[in-house]
Design a protein around this ligand. Structure first.
Ligand code: IMP
Ligand code: MG
Length: 179
């Protein structure tokens, strides 16, 4: 698994440090409020587990699963809900937690979908952002790191469901997805 990584972009320590900063910022911004953190399965799970523990205001955790890439590396633009929230979110403060924003198509769809349920507020927190690849206009409230247009894996991010358990984020060697 480690041999398929070309370059390590963010070590476990880099991730830990940035997530503590995000947690402090979010805790300040939501002082006196409760947050429903909405994790986008499956990539956001590991980030969300660490981020939730860096936030000092009360949170509850809920999840959605949407179809995005299958096993390829390009967004199709077609989004389908595979698993919906368990809870009603009307009048609640929602924080969508994503692993990475690429085209933005997935988040644009999710944001509109959640908006129609009349929450008190919706914000977006993503660990990684590829600004060069944006096709849909989305407002990112909390962003861990901007990254170049390369396919990355680890810390929840997969290629064909693999590499999610790497403790760091790395760029995949092209031969690992073309062979
Ligand atoms: P978007 O709709 O194009 O913004 O795609 C977002 C989703 O695509 C993310 O939640 C990831 O699951 C996946 N994705 C986008 N870029 C990468 C990458 O570099 N590595 C792994 N997954 C990615
Ligand atoms: Mg994925």
């Amino acid at each position: 698994m480690e041999n398929d990584i070309k370059t390590v972009l963010f070590t476990a320590e880099d991730l830990e440090q940035r997530i503590q900063q995000l947690g402090r910022q979010i805790s300040q911004d939501y002082a006196g409020k409760e947050i429903i953190m909405i994790g986008v399965l499956r990539g956001a799970v590991i980030f969300m587990a660490d981020l939730a523990r860096a936030i000092k205001v009360p949170v509850t955790l809920d999840f959605m699963a949407v179809s995005s890439y299958g096993s390829g590396t390009e967004s199709s633009g077609v989004v389908r809900i595979l698993k919906d929230l368990n809870e009603d979110v009307a009048d609640k403060h929602l924080l969508i937690v994503e692993d990475i924003i690429d085209s933005g198509l997935t988040l644009k769809y999710l944001w509109n979908n959640l908006k129609s349920r009349r929450p008190a507020s919706i914000r977006i927190c993503t660990l990684l952002n590829k600004p060069e690849r944006r096709k849909a206009d989305v407002k990112v409230d909390y962003n861990g790191f901007d990254i170049p247009d390369e396919f990355v894996v680890g810390y929840g991010l997969d290629f064909a469901e693999k590499y999610r358990n790497l403790p760091y984020i790395g760029i995949l060697k092209p031969e690992a997805y073309t062979s």
